[in-house]
Ligand binder design. Structure first.
Ligand SMILES: [Zn+2]
Length: 126
């Protein structure tokens, strides 16, 4: 996942010869992506060591809540979470809170790059 994120960041600055170094990368992680913030940071730190453009950059992480839509009654809302002491601390419940039918996830499953702050090649700041 950190690799995919890295690819997204690199492709968004690809061909930008005016950029000398990336300072900050803002990303949003969906709660249902099951991607831990610490895990992502750890991978990010390892990966940016190999990338001169990204080395020393700061990863800023925001979270997006999971939302679902019921296939049966049309209910839309935040997904219910349940505690599972054996596996994960919290697990999403893929059932409608109103009618218990199956639901489709409408948000909260993805990870995306919001924006990137970079230093210009001239070194004159932003
Ligand atoms: Zn329903």
């Amino acid at each position: 996942m950190a690799g995919e994120l890295m690819g997204a960041v690199l492709s968004s600055i690809e061909g930008r010869t005016d950029i000398s170094r990336v300072e900050e990368v803002n990303v949003t992680i969906g709660r249902l992506s099951m991607l831990g913030e610490e895990q992502l940071r750890f991978c990010w730190e390892a990966i940016i060591e190999e990338e001169p453009l990204l080395k020393g950059s700061l990863l800023v992480i925001a979270h997006e809540e999971g939302r679902v839509r019921c296939r049966s009654c049309g209910f839309e809302g935040p997904i219910d979470m349940t505690e599972d002491p054996l596996l994960h601390p919290m697990l999403p419940v893929f059932a409608c809170p109103k009618c218990s039918c199956g639901v489709d996830i409408t948000s909260g499953r993805s990870i995306h790059v919001n924006n990137i702050k970079a230093l210009s090649a001239e070194g004159a700041g932003e």
